[in-house]
Design a protein around this ligand. Structure first.
Ligand code: SAM
Length: 282
């Protein structure tokens, strides 16, 4: 069977690739040989990791959560990292595994699992955790605990690419933190399991998700152990710029570092007190 025929067999069984455009070889791509919106995002995430680790990911362990068709993890595997991808839907995973096999990679493993089952006991720990396009698909209270789970398996860098809420409409409490945000509709609660399986980008079983406000997200990320958190603006992702222009600027790439809380030497006044919390007043 030719490569094109093998690709077609995957499409016949699981449907077209929906987002991750990758070059299979001989000019054949998973989606298109013209640029798609997926390349700028891949460049951003890969650049952030490379910049943080001095230009090489050789030997690092990388976790790609809710990996869809696997592109981010597959790229890092090609760059020399040892990668684990977790994804809930078989139709997405089959495409990721197909590309892995076409490229002959043996340093990336894919597991069909619910990301809410994440733990270091089950998957080990990772230098880099990609939490891309999944955080805003989880509902309260799972979404709060999930940030704790991400931090617990992360030894260095987590990239959280997510929607945030502009409005503080509903309040929750988690480990003593006040957390604000709003609900987001995922799918109709009456929808059958079979129908949900087919919405390839949606949550697995929660009909709504909970989007945190920026202040609440930052407070939570600090509390679970990230010692510094940044927002990435470069490399540019054109799709996000268009959202910003349309006043839908609720999507951001946050880069969180799991370091050691610094002990100041010039003034010790703050060394034993926890950092201040963000407030919702914006
Ligand atoms: C919007 S897509 C983002 C995929 C990819 N990380 C990216 O950034 O391109 C959301 C993905 O999360 C998966 N997903 C949603 N809820 C999940 C869960 N609880 N456990 C595992 N995968 C989940 C979906 O099947 C889908 O592949």
């Amino acid at each position: 069977m030719s490569l094109a025929e093998k690709k077609q067999a995957i499409i016949d069984q699981y449907g077209e690739w929906t987002n991750h455009n990758m070059h299979l070889g001989d000019g054949l791509y998973t989606i298109a040989s013209d640029p798609t919106p997926s390349e700028p995002k891949l460049r951003r995430m890969t650049q952030v990791v490379m910049d943080h680790f001095g230009g090489s990911v050789e030997g690092l362990r990388v976790l790609d959560l809710a990996c869809l068709e696997g592109m981010y993890g597959l790229e890092l595997a090609r760059q020399g990292a040892s990668v684990v991808g977790i994804e809930g839907r078989e139709a997405n995973l089959a495409k990721a595994r197909f590309v892995r096999d076409v490229w002959g990679l043996n340093n990336i493993e894919f597991f069909q699992d619910d990301v809410r089952n994440l733990s270091s006991e089950k998957y080990g720990t990772f230098d880099v955790v990609f939490c891309l396009g999944i955080y805003y698909h989880l509902d309260a209270p799972d979404v709060f605990k999930f940030m704790d789970q991400v931090a617990s398996v992360c030894t260095r860098l987590a990239i959280v690419d997510t929607h945030v809420s502009f409005t503080a409409e509903e309040q929750h409490h988690y480990n003593g933190l006040e957390i604000w945000g709003r609900n987001y509709h995922e799918f109709d609660a009456e929808m059958s399991q079979q129908e949900r399986e087919k919405i390839l980008w949606a949550s697995l079983d929660n009909p709504k998700s909970f989007w945190l406000t920026r202040p609440s997200l930052f407070n939570l990320m600090g509390q679970v152990g990230f010692t510094s958190v940044y927002e990435c603006h470069q490399p540019l992702v054109q799709k996000f710029v268009e959202m910003r222009r349309a006043n839908l600027n609720d999507r951001a790439t946050f880069v969180a570092v799991k370091g050691q809380s610094v002990q100041l030497r010039s003034s010790a006044l703050s060394n034993n007190t926890p950092g201040s919390l963000w407030t919702e007043a914006v």
